[in-house]
Design a protein around this ligand. Structure first.
Ligand SMILES: [Zn+2]
Length: 75
């Protein structure tokens, strides 16, 4: 997920260089075209989630677990 706060789509792809292939630690955003170091982007996302949780005492909606159906649970 792109950690650019103004980015709407937030999907990332590995950077590919012709005749070299995929560069594993570099990603580019399909929406804002920002180039990210994978670890830097991950650290920004973790900080953003932690800050949200500290302020709101719950995970951001994108990271919440789906509601479970009590009828389907195995006990
Ligand atoms: Zn983006």
């Amino acid at each position: 997920m792109c950690s650019n706060p103004s980015c709407l789509l937030k999907t990332l792809e590995n950077v590919r260089i012709p005749d070299v292939g995929k560069i594993h630690n570099l990603w580019t955003c399909n929406s804002c075209n920002k180039l990210w170091n994978r670890d830097t982007n991950a650290a920004r996302n973790i900080y953003s989630i932690a800050s949200f949780m500290q302020k709101n005492n719950l995970r951001p909606s994108r990271f919440q677990r789906p509601a479970t159906d009590p009828q389907s649970s195995i006990s």
